[in-house]
Write a protein that binds this ligand. Structure first.
Ligand SMILES: *Cc1c(COP(=O)(O)O)cnc(C)c1O
Length: 225
C-alpha cells in the first residue's frame, strides 16, 4: 500500500531530526519547504492540514491556477523556486511571498516595482552542470548590493541547486561553498538540500530544505520547461 502523506512527513522529520542531532542544531533553525510543483492544489491543502506552512512552486503559470484555492490558508507562504522570466515578475510578485531565484539586478529592480514587499534570495550557480539559472559567484557582490538597494525587497540569503547526483556526498561541496559565500556577505539564510541530499545540506548549515518527492512521491509527469 502507498504510504500516506503523514507517514512520508514523519519519515522526513525523522531524517531531519537525526541530521540536526549530528551537528547540534535545532529544528527551529530549519524551514521544511514542501515542493508541490506539478501536483494539484489539493497537495498543498493536505500538507497544510498536517501543519506545513511553507510551499515551493516552480512555475508562475502553474501556481496562478492553484492560487485561488490556497491563498486564504492562514499563515501559508509560497516560495518561487523555479527560474523567473522577467516578463513574469509582476505576476510573480502578486502570487508569491518569497522569490528564491533572483539572479540579476534587472529582475530585482522589476520585483521591487511590484505591488508588495517581498522576501528574496539570490540563486547562485556553482557549477556548469547544475541548474541552468543562477548568478555566478563573481557576480554576487554587485548583485547583493543591487538587491539591498531595493526598498521593497528583503534579502534573506542564498539558494542553490547542485548538479544532480544520486550520492548526497557529491552535493556537499556545493552546500559548503554556498555557506561560505553567504557568510562572506553577512547573509544567514541558506536554501539548499532536496529529498535525496538534505541531510548533507543540514550538516553544512541549510536553513531551508526544499522537499518534493520524499513528501508527495514521484511527480506525475515530466517537468515542463
Ligand atoms: C523540484 C525541486 C525541488 C524538490 O526536489 P525533490 O527531489 O523532489 O525533493 C527542490 N528545489 C528545486 C529548485 C526544485 O526544482
Amino acid at each position: 500500500m502507498e504510504e500516506s502523506l503523514r507517514e512520508k512527513l514523519d519519515r522526513v522529520e525523522e531524517r531531519l531530526s537525526r541530521a540536526l542531532a549530528r551537528c547540534g542544531r535545532s529544528r527551529g533553525e530549519v524551514t521544511l519547504l514542501a515542493v508541490t510543483k506539478v501536483f494539484p492544489y489539493q497537495a498543498i491543502e493536505a500538507a497544510y492540514a498536517l501543519g506545513l506552512r511553507e510551499f515551493g512552486e516552480n512555475y508562475v503559470r502553474e501556481f496562478e491556477a492553484k492560487h485561488p484555492h490556497v491563498k486564504s490558508l492562514p499563515g501559508a507562504r509560497f516560495h518561487l523556486i523555479g527560474h523567473l522570466q522577467s516578463n513574469k515578475t509582476r505576476r510573480a510578485g502578486e502570487l508569491f511571498d518569497v522569490i528564491e531565484t533572483v539572479d540579476s539586478a534587472k529582475l530585482a529592480r522589476r520585483l521591487n516595482e511590484g505591488p508588495r514587499r517581498l522576501d528574496v534570495m539570490i540563486e547562485v550557480k556553482l557549477s556548469p552542470e547544475g541548474s541552468k539559472s543562477g548568478a555566478a559567484p563573481m557576480e554576487l557582490p554587485a548583485l547583493i548590493e543591487a538587491v539591498r538597494g531595493c526598498s521593497n525587497l528583503r534579502l534573506t540569503g542564498l539558494m542553490t541547486m547542485p548538479p544532480w547526483s544520486e550520492d548526497p556526498e557529491e552535493s556537499r561541496p556545493y552546500f559548503r561553498r554556498l555557506r561560505e559565500l553567504a557568510a562572506s556577505h553577512g547573509l544567514t539564510g541558506l536554501s539548499m538540500g532536496m529529498s535525496h541530499d538534505f541531510e548533507a545540506a543540514i550538516e553544512e548549515g541549510s536553513t531551508c530544505i526544499r522537499v518534493g518527492t520524499a513528501l508527495f512521491g514521484r511527480r506525475p509527469k515530466p517537468e515542463a520547461a
